[in-house]
Structures are given as structure tokens and as C-alpha cells.
Write a protein that binds this ligand. Structure first.
Ligand SMILES: Cc1cc2nc3c(=O)[nH]c(=O)nc-3n(C[C@H](O)[C@H](O)[C@H](O)COP(=O)(O)OP(=O)(O)OC[C@H]3O[C@@H](n4cnc5c(N)ncnc54)[C@H](O)[C@@H]3O)c2cc1C
Length: 614
């Protein structure tokens, strides 16, 4: 169930290896659907919203594929309302939360994500190996799954050398998922942008440790943050953004699933518009199949949910049921099937099949905030004439050969650093974006078209300490969304406040990176947080009210049952047979800086485990 980064990857690998797979996916094919977005609400912006890398923000608001969850960051109503992104109602529904975009479509969130493919930290995998005592999770072994899935196109010399067996980079060269870098030539004609990059690079060189080590790393890694040698050293520094694109058009699990279904039509049956509502368990809690509703937009997170009843169907399995609905939907479906915290299930009149308190607990995410600068000029030269629509000069350049600024996801560079020198791992990722971006709220992507003269430094705080978030049932109706509360900062369990301090350090860091272009007069004004937010306490309050996340995970964590775990190290749900989970919910701790690489790897590993056990 679920065709996203975890489920699509897994289903394809199993089918390719000879298994018969039925893949249930709640949504339709995003390249076949028609849907508007904030640029053209009444028109059809597909398949461009899907294909064009620079349109990923619009994809996340395209009404044919969006699942809009409204989540709480805080239980406290007073605290929650201080966030300007909070909405009481939306599209005639009472939502009382902050928009958390998800994609209910073939490919899951790989159909609208920003395509950034960043390898997680080795410690993330070694941590699971330590927790479970299962050495197959160690970092060295996990690299093999990355190599298996990646088809790297951004380290050309090594791509050639790999053919004669020389490959120190740890990249994969023959996998199904293409990774590319996009650096538009037109950047060279944008003096402000060049100056911005120069000044930022200078400041980074000044700040990030010993210059000789960094020079050595630069020669080795060539700004590739996924180079295995740098990953092994937990290196800090600057790099470009590797994207999951093929010929500079989006690529994700949709392409993998469709290609496999085309090659093995007898083995991979794709059932679209199929909302799984319950896992069918026999007397001994062995999963025997899945009940689902067939129909369009049946889930109420859809932008325009259907009132129709859907058609109730069942699929029976001879071997296993594997759930990959993502960090919100997988725990919801487990609970709807009677697997979860006893009290929650009873409250909603659901028969308790397995009392598993960890289901839906341990929800984790990054904390993200942006420092948003309005530049003094009218537009970046690289964005001149951009309307983010068919026919503008950039669109023509992209269609003619995947070139230009639309081949990028809007990010110019990324910086990895530590919030304090004593942090065991780098915990901050700072991303420079040519646009006005300050988190998700309905219509947020419109700003990307309306403002062509902004520089946003988006901060991603990795390895957050807070693990107090929760996904729980709002109702026993499978078409209803679950209740989600991340319990940010003081409401969570990061008792020492390290997460919040790290965000403060990051805001100061990116402000320092911007100082050079401020002195040169390129910046008109820092709009967010703005000049009135200066002291640590002011920045803390800014973070409490502005932070967001978009890598929800860890809600069906691998780990011992008595310590809140939901899954064994082989992805099996405790207390059941023939039932596994393979998506972003399996992690005990949120990995790396950008999660999708780790979720794709989970899909590959789960397939390997299933095939080996069979
Ligand atoms: C706006 C946005 C941008 C992002 N950008 C990046 C990025 O650049 N880099 C990065 O690393 N990460 C990014 N992410 C996160 C990343 O894409 C996701 O974490 C990842 O795709 C999660 O994979 P998954 O398999 O757990 O779930 P998903 O990819 O969400 O897939 C779940 C699938 O299950 C289906 N489903 C759910 N419930 C049911 C049901 N009951 N019945 C049938 N089907 C069901 C859904 O329709 C969906 O297709 C982004 C996320 C968002 C929201």
C-alpha cells in the first residue's frame, strides 16, 4: 500500500525479482491528471508542475495531487495562534492547524518534493544497527542500497572511471534513480548572483574550520555532498544540490513503478484510486489482505474531496501485506486495523488486535525557518521574465534541452555546519534559495512568481532531539485525516532546549553569510525575521512562531516493543505475522538532513529482506 519513496521502490524491486505484487495507491497518475495551482487555479498545470524542477512548489499545491494535512505545532491554542501560517478554516472546512503538504498520487511525495537527494549520516544507520543488534543496518552495508538505486550523472570523471572499476565516491552508476546537478549557464550573466556566491563562499571559508582540510575535501568531493569519503568524515562545508531528475525533468518512484509494470505486467498490478481502509487479519493476527475503497479523491485531505461512497473491495494475499502510506497514513491504517495504543482504539470503538502503544508516537521532523532578504534590484538576472508558465523564455530553454534556471529547484547552494563545535554530527543545513519562501500555508507558492528579487536562506535543523510528536485517530472513518501534533520546542521533550538554541545559532550564521552582500548594498531589507529580531531571546520567539517541517517520520519505529518500538529490524509489525512497514515511519530517529534518500534506501532494504527471508 502506497507508491511513494518507500512503497514504490519496494514494489518494483519485488516484482522485478519474480514476486507477484498488487500495489494499492490512493491517488491517480500525476502526469495523466488535470489540476490547477496558485499560478492558474482554474486551468490545468499538469504535467508541467510534475515535470519542471523549478515548479516543485506549484506541484505541492496542485489540486489534482495535493493532500493537505493541517497539523498542530502546539496543543496550546494561544501559542499556536501566534504562527501566522495557522488557519482556523480552509476551503469551507474547520482545520485549526498549519498546512502540511503531502502528495496523494502515484509516486507519493516524490511527485512534488524539491528533488534534493542528500545522503544521510553514517551514524543514522549505525544507530539502528546498535539498537536492534542487527548488523545488516550498519552504514557500510546500507551504502550498497544507495549504490543499487542511484544512477549518478553529476560526477562525470568518476562515472567513466567506474567502468574500469575505480570508484572511491560511493555513488551508484547503474541504478534506476537518476541524480543530476543543474547549474544554469545564465548565472554567469547575473553579476549580483555571482557576487552573492563569492561573498558567501568567502565567509564560509573564513568560518568553517581549518583551510587545509577544507581544500583537501574540496579537491576530493568537488562540492558533492554525497561523496562517500566526505560522508564518512561527517564533513562540513558548501556544496551543490544533487536532484533526482532525468534529463532535468523530475524523476521518482512513479517512473520506477510504471517502468516495472510495463516490463512485468503479469507481476506488478497497479491499482490506482484505491484507498486502503483496513488490513485484514485472521484469528492469529496474520495479515491476509487489505480492504480498500475504489474511487477518486476519497480521502478528505484531497483539495476537493469527493462525496461519493467509493466501491468497497478486498485484495487477498498469499504472502504479505506491506504498508508504505507515509508517516501520517501508515500509523492511521494500523490503528484502523486494530493495531495501536489500546486506549485510542477503544475510544474509537475499534477492536484491539494488538496493543502496540508505539504506533503513531515518536513523530519527528526538522525545524525549519527562513531568513528572507528583499534585494535592492527588481529581479535576479537569471529570473528575468520568469512567469513560471508555458512560453516564457526560461520555459523554452528548459523544453529545448533541460537547460536554464527551470532545470534547478531554485536553490543555489547548500552549507553544512554544526550549531556548536561540540555537536557530534553536523546538525545544520542552510539552503540559499532565489525566492521568497517562509514555509507552507495555503497559496504559499504564489510568492515564487510574484517576487523575483528575493534571497531566502532556509535553515534545516537536523537530528532534532524532540521526539514527542504524535499521530493519532480523530475518527474511525478511514476517509478522515488523523490528528497530528508535533509538540514543538517547550511542549516537546527536548528538555535542554538544544533544538531551539541550534535554530538561533543557524539564524545568526546565515545572517553572517549575508553580511558581505549587505555591505555591498545588494540587500534592500531583511524582511524576516527583520531588524527588530536581534537578541537570542527574540530569535527564539521568532523560531517558536515561524518554524515548520516537511520530513515527518518515525511514527512506526523499528525497535524493541517494550521500548515503544513498532517494528522488528526486518520491518515486521510486532505481534503480527505477514505484515510489514517500509516508509518514512520506520526510523527510530530522523536521519540526515533530507530524508528521501534514506526512504528510498528503506524500500530497497525491505525488498532485500523480504526476498532473502522468502
Ligand atoms: C513539499 C515537500 C517537499 C519535499 N522535498 C524533499 C526534498 O527535496 N528532499 C527530500 O529528501 N525530501 C523531501 N520531502 C520529503 C520526502 O519526499 C518524503 O519524506 C518521502 O517521499 C516520504 O516517503 P514515504 O514513502 O514515506 O511516503 P510518501 O512518499 O508520502 O508516499 C506515501 C504514498 O502512500 C499513499 N497512501 C497513503 N495512504 C494510503 C491509503 N490508505 N491507501 C492507499 N494509498 C495510500 C499516498 O497517496 C502516497 O502516494 C519533501 C516533502 C514535501 C511535503
Amino acid at each position: 500500500m502506497g507508491s511513494g519513496a518507500g512503497g514504490g521502490t519496494l514494489a518494483a524491486r519485488l516484482a522485478e525479482s519474480g514476486r507477484s505484487v498488487v500495489l494499492l495507491e490512493a491517488g491517480g497518475d500525476p502526469r495523466q491528471l488535470r489540476g490547477g495551482d496558485p499560478v492558474d487555479p482554474e486551468g490545468n498545470r499538469l504535467p508541467d508542475d510534475y515535470d519542471v524542477p523549478a515548479f516543485h512548489g506549484f506541484a505541492s499545491e496542485n489540486d489534482a495531487i495535493s493532500w493537505d494535512f493541517f497539523v498542530r505545532h502546539y496543543a496550546s491554542e494561544a501559542r499556536q495562534r501566534l504562527d501566522l501560517k495557522y488557519r482556523e478554516s480552509w476551503e469551507g472546512r474547520r482545520v485549526e492547524g498549519v498546512l502540511y503538504p503531502r502528495a496523494g498520487t502515484l509516486g507519493g511525495c516524490t511527485a512534488h518534493n524539491a528533488m534534493i537527494m542528500l545522503y544521510p549520516h553514517d551514524a543514522d544507520w549505525d544507530g539502528i544497527a546498535g539498537l536492534t543488534g542487527d548488523p545488516s543496518w550498519n552504514a557500510e552495508h546500507m551504502r550498497t542500497y544507495f549504490r543499487k538505486l542511484e544512477n549518478c550523472h553529476h560526477r562525470w570523471p568518476y562515472r567513466l572511471l567506474s567502468k574500469i572499476g575505480i570508484d572511491p565516491t560511493g555513488h551508484g552508476w547503474k541504478g534506476w534513480l537518476h541524480t543530476e546537478k543543474a547549474i544554469p549557464e545564465s548565472m554567469l550573466d547575473d553579476p549580483a548572483l555571482i557576487k552573492m556566491i563569492e561573498k558567501t563562499a568567502f565567509e564560509i571559508i573564513r568560518r568553517l574550520g581549518d583551510p587545509i582540510t577544507r581544500a583537501q575535501r574540496l579537491v576530493k568531493g568537488q562540492l558533492d555532498l554525497n561523496d562517500g569519503r566526505l560522508v564518512r568524515q561527517n564533513a562540513v562545508g558548501v556544496g551543490y544540490m544533487p536532484l533526482t531528475t532525468r534529463h532535468h525533468a523530475r524523476m521518482g518512484s512513479r517512473e520506477r513503478v510504471l517502468d516495472t509494470a510495463r516490463r512485468y505486467p503479469d507481476r506488478l498490478k497497479l491499482e490506482l484510486n484505491a484507498l486502503a481502509t483496513r488490513v485484514l487479519l485472521d484469528e492469529g493476527n496474520r495479515a491476509r489482505g487489505v480492504e480498500y475503497l475504489r474511487g477518486d479523491r476519497l480521502y478528505r485531505a484531497s483539495r476537493r474531496p469527493s462525496d461519493g461512497p467509493g466501491e468497497l473491495r478486498r485484495v487477498h494475499t498469499s504472502r504479505e501485506v506491506i504498508l508504505a502510506g507515509g508517516a501520517f497514513n501508515t500509523p492511521q491504517l494500523l490503528m484502523l486495523s486494530g493495531i495501536g495504543p489500546r486506549e485510542t482504539l477503544r475510544r474509537h470503538g475499534i477492536e484491539v488486535r494488538v496493543d502496540l502503544p508505539g504506533v503513531g508516537q515518536n513523530l519527528q521532523d526538522r525545524y525549519e525557518v527562513s531568513v528572507v532578504n528583499r534585494m535592492r534590484f527588481e529581479h535576479w538576472e537569471v529570473l528575468k521574465g520568469a512567469t513560471f508558465a508555458k512560453g516564457d523564455p526560461h520555459y523554452r530553454r528548459w523544453t529545448a534541452g533541460g537547460k536554464g534556471v527551470y532545470a534547478t529547484n531554485g536553490s543555489i547552494l547548500g552549507v553544512v555546519t554544526r550549531s556548536t563545535p561540540t555537536m557530534p554530527l553536523p546538525d545544520l543545513f542552510c539552503l540559499a534559495l532565489l525566492g521568497k519562501f517562509q514555509g507552507y500555508f495555503p497559496g504559499y507558492s504564489r510568492a515564487l512568481v510574484d517576487y523575483l528579487n528575493y534571497l531566502s536562506w532556509t535553515i534545516v535543523k537536523g537530528h532534532t532531539n524532540n521526539r514527542a510528536g504524535e499521530v493519532t485517530l480523530r475518527s474511525a472513518d478511514p476517509r478522515e485525516t488523523p490528528a497530528i501534533n508535533f509538540r514543538y520546542f517547550e511542549e516537546g521533550n527536548d528538555t535542554r532546549g538544544e533544538d531551539l538554541d541550534a535554530v538561533v545559532a543557524a539564524v545568526k550564521f546565515v545572517r553572517a553569510l549575508t553580511r558581505g552582500i549587505q555591505t555591498d548594498g545588494l540587500v534592500g531589507e531583511e524582511e524576516v525575521p527583520g531588524k527588530d529580531v536581534q537578541t537570542d531571546e527574540e530569535i527564539r520567539e521568532f523560531a517558536r512562531n515561524h518554524a515548520w517541517g516537511h520530513h515527518a517520520s518515525c511514527t512506526c519505529a523499528i525497535g524493541p516493543r517494550e521500548r515503544g518500538g513498532v517494528l522488528g529490524s526486518d520491518f515486521r509489525v510486532h505481534g503480527t505475522q505477514g505484515l510489514r512497514v517500509a516508509d518514512a515511519s520506520v526510523f527510530p530517529r530522523i536521519p540526515g538532513f533530507f530524508i528521501v534518500s534514506a526512504v528510498y534506501m528503506i524500500g530497497e532494504k525491505a525488498a532485500d529482506v523480504i526476498l532473502t527471508h522468502a
